[in-house]
Design a protein around this ligand. Structure first.
Ligand SMILES: Cc1ncc(COP(=O)(O)O)c(C=O)c1O
Length: 360
C-alpha cells in the first residue's frame, strides 16, 4: 500500500520527509542509544532538541524577544479556558468575533469567568464569511479581543486583522499557523494545536507577550496559569517530548524550503488551483464568499447528498481520502495544509473533472 493523499482537517498529513527522518531515528536518536520517546525531558540530549525547536520556531515566525513560546498539552481547547483565566484581570470583559464552532466554544468557556461582548458574528449565513467590523462596538476597557484567524470547519479566514488599540488581540491560529508570515507584534497571544501544520496531536503551542503573564485569576489551577509554564521553560511537568521532536523536524523543513514567505506562495498556488476549478465547475461549488476563502480548508458541495457520498467513496478508491465535509456544512472539505503537495491538489482536480463528466 502506498501513501494516499490525505485531506484530513486534523490530525492531518505530515511531510513524508519528516516521517522518514523520524523513522530513521526512531529506535536510536543519534548516538544516545535510545529513542527520543524514551529520553528524560531533563536530559542534556532532550534539552538540546527542545532548545533547537524553540529557536527554529522563533526564527521562522520572526517572534519578537518580548514574547514567550510555551509548549503545552491539553489541545487548543484548553486555551478556550486558559485565555480568560489568565487575562480577565481588570474589567473581566472581552470582545469577540464569532465565526464558527471554535469561537462558540471559546465563548462558552470565557462566559464562565467574565462577560463576552460579541462584536460581530457571521452566524446568519452559516459562517460563510468574516463579518465587517463596526469599531464603535469595540470596548476599550476589554481585557482582550478574541478571534479565530482560520475557521477550519467553514473554510473562512481573515484578510485583515482588527485594530484593537491597547486591547491585546488573542488569536486561535490552530489551522493556519505556519501557513504564511504573520506580524506577531499585532497580537497579545496566539495559540495552536499542533495536529495540522506543526506535528502530531498532543502538543499545543502558545506564543504570549511577556506583560500578559503573571496576572491570572486566583481560581486558576497551577497547570492553567501561563506563569507556571513561562517560569519553568515549559518543563513544570513532562512536556509532550516526542511531539516536540517531530515539530522540530517540521520547522527544519520549513526553514529549508525558504521560510514562511515561500510556504505561503505554494499554499496560495494550491488554493487557487482548487478555487479556480470550483468556480468553473458546473457540478461542484465553494460554500465560502470569495474574499474570505481559506488557504487551508476548502469546503465544497454538489448540492446532492447522494452525489457527495458517491464522490467521497470513489475519491477514496483513487487514494484521495478524508474528503468528507464537517456535518455543519455537509459535502466535502479538502484540507490542504503545508504538507499537502501540489500534486495531491492536482490529482484531486483531475478526479473531480472525471467524476463530473461521468455523472452529469
Ligand atoms: C481552529 C480550531 N481551534 C481549536 C480546535 C480544537 O483543537 P484541539 O482538538 O487541539 O483542542 C480546532 C480543532 O480542529 C480548530 O480547528
Amino acid at each position: 500500500m502506498s501513501r494516499v493523499y490525505n485531506f484530513s482537517a486534523g490530525p492531518a498529513a505530515l511531510p513524508e520527509e519528516v516521517l522518514k527522518k523520524a523513522a530513521e531515528e526512531l529506535p536510536e536518536y543519534r548516538d544516545t542509544g535510545m529513542s527520543v520517546m524514551e529520553m528524560s525531558h531533563r536530559s542534556a540530549e532532550f534539552i538540546e532538541i527542545f532548545n533547537e525547536t524553540e529557536s527554529l520556531l522563533r526564527e521562522i515566525m520572526n517572534i519578537p524577544e518580548n514574547y514567550k513560546v510555551l509548549f503545552l498539552q491539553g489541545g487548543a481547547s484548553s486555551q478556550f479556558a486558559m485565555v480568560p483565566m489568565n487575562l480577565f484581570n481588570k474589567s473581566k470583559k472581552c470582545d469577540l468575533i464569532h465565526t464558527g464552532n471554535w469561537t462558540k466554544k471559546a465563548i462558552s468557556e470565557a462566559k464562565r469567568y467574565g462577560r463576552v461582548n460579541i462584536v460581530a458574528s457571521s452566524e446568519d449565513r452559516n459562517f460563510s464569511y468574516i463579518p465587517e467590523l463596526d469599531k464603535s462596538k469595540f470596548d476599550s476597557e476589554a481585557d482582550y479581543f478574541y478571534i479565530c484567524t482560520n475557521n477550519t470547519i467553514y473554510g473562512t479566514r481573515y484578510r485583515e486583522l482588527p485594530h484593537t488599540g491597547d486591547v491585546p488581540l488573542v488569536a486561535d491560529m490552530s489551522s493556519n499557523i505556519l501557513s504564511e508570515p504573520v506580524d506577531l507584534n499585532r497580537f497579545g497571544i496566539i495559540f495552536a494545536g499542533a495536529q495540522k501544520n506543526i506535528g502530531p496531536a498532543g502538543l499545543t503551542i502558545v506564543i504570549i507577550r511577556d506583560d500578559l503573564i503573571g496576572n491570572a485569576m486566583d481560581i486558576t489551577p497551577t497547570m492553567f496559569n501561563y506563569k507556571t509554564h513561562a517560569d519553568n521553560n515549559s518543563m513544570f511537568n513532562t512536556p509532550p517530548t516526542y511531539c516536540i521532536y517531530i515539530a522540530k523536524l517540521v520547522f527544519e523543513m520549513i526553514k529549508k524550503k525558504g521560510g514562511l514567505a515561500e510556504i505561503e506562495k505554494i499554499n496560495s498556488y494550491k488554493a487557487e488551483l482548487l478555487y479556480d476549478h470550483l468556480d468553473n465547475s458546473k457540478m461542484f461549488k465553494s460554500t465560502v464568499e470569495k474574499k474570505y476563502r481559506s488557504l487551508m480548508n476548502i469546503p465544497f458541495i454538489t448540492g446532492s447528498d447522494e452525489l457527495d457520498a458517491k464522490f467521497i467513496k470513489e475519491a477514496a478508491q483513487e487514494g484521495l481520502v478524508t474528503l468528507k465535509g464537517h456535518r455543519s456544512v455537509g459535502g466535502m472539505r479538502a484540507s490542504i495544509y503545508n504538507a499537502m503537495p501540489v500534486e495531491g491538489v492536482q490529482k484531486l482536480i483531475e478526479f473531480m473533472k472525471t467524476f463530473e463528466k461521468e455523472n452529469s
